[in-house]
Design a protein around this ligand. Structure first.
Ligand code: NAP
Length: 263
């Protein structure tokens, strides 16, 4: 990999300002150029939210490399701590870092007037616009799974499985497994409505389709809300598009879960 030009994306905490100053010093020392356009590497300094904002703002560019330095709370996506950025920059200069690709999901929304395509790294959450119960048929590969009624539906990637998905009781998906998790949010359960309580982990080849009864929805892509009206259907699938992240030799998925979730 050939990386010469770097852009920093950051949040606005004092800790980030201090870390950014040291990162810039180290980048300069190793002859990397700090630029605003045409960069090869995007570095986020902040929490996971900063990383998500960065990949979103850069439009999930496949030609870029991404990495995050954690100055937030959890830092699941922000792989580097404030102790390891120095070694990371030296490893970057020595070209010994490992490329780690992360899958994205594609969300294709068909309304009465147009079809719009979105991407998400963590998840999409689908709710009714007026926050009444969402009523929607859910089909997998064109076969009816259930007539869902509840607060909403969350569809997460393996990356997002440790985020909102996990708070809803969804399982963590091993980073080696390319899959989507379809997780219900407060499904109705009574004599009239029979909804799944659990999430379903679906293979990378599956296509999830939602056909809502009410056409006006709020979709939340990686924490960003979008009100969409006149929706006829929503298709969600794993995309062929991926983002490339840089990681060090020491990174281990199980260790990350132990350290960041079990604590
Ligand atoms: P946010 O404040 O930026 O993030 C909320 C929390 O989710 C933070 O603690 C964040 O870690 C953590 N997080 C984000 N991505 C993660 C991942 N892949 N694995 C593990 N933890 C992760 O909230 P936001 O701007 O509304 O939305 C950003 C993301 O937050 C969403 O994509 C969603 O997954 C998650 N979220 C979770 C809940 C919940 O669990 N109830 C509710 C809303 C949103 P940092 O502390 O490092 O930033």
């Amino acid at each position: 990999m050939k990386i010469e030009k770097v852009k920093i994306f950051r949040n606005s905490t004092n800790k980030t300002t201090e870390v950014e100053r040291k990162v810039i010093e180290e980048l300069n020392k190793n002859d990397f150029k700090l630029v605003q356009e045409n960069y090869d590497l995007a570095i986020s300094i902040g929490g996971d939210g900063t990383f998500l904002k960065m990949v979103n703002e850069t439009n999930f560019k496949e030609v870029l490399y991404y990495v995050g330095i954690n100055t937030g709370n959890l830092g699941f996506l922000q792989e580097l701590t404030t102790d390891d950025y120095e070694k990371f920059i030296q490893d970057l200069a020595n070209n010994i870092l490992i490329e780690d690709t992360k899958s994205l999901e594609e969300i294709i929304v068909t309304t009465k007037y147009k079809t719009i395509s979105y991407f998400a790294l963590n998840e999409v959450v689908i709710r009714n616009k007026n926050l009444k119960a969402l009523e929607t048929d859910i089909k997998i590969d064109n076969v009816l799974l259930e007539e869902f009624v509840g607060d909403g539906i969350l569809i997460s990637t393996n990356v997002g499985s440790t985020a909102y998905n996990m708070s809803l009781g969804g399982s963590i998906i091993d980073k080696e497994i390319q899959a989507l998790s379809l997780t219900p949010i407060a499904p109705l359960k009574n004599a009239r409505y029979h909804n799944l309580d659990n999430s379903i982990i679906l293979s990378s080849k599956r296509v999830i389709e939602l056909i809502p009864t009410s056409p006006n929805l709020i979709l939340t892509f990686d924490g960003k809300n979008e009100e969409i009206e006149n929706v006829i259907k929503i298709e969600v699938k794993l995309s062929n598009r991926k983002i490339k992240c840089l990681t060090t030799q020491n990174n281990n998925f199980i260790k990350t879960i132990h350290n960041k979730i079990i604590g």
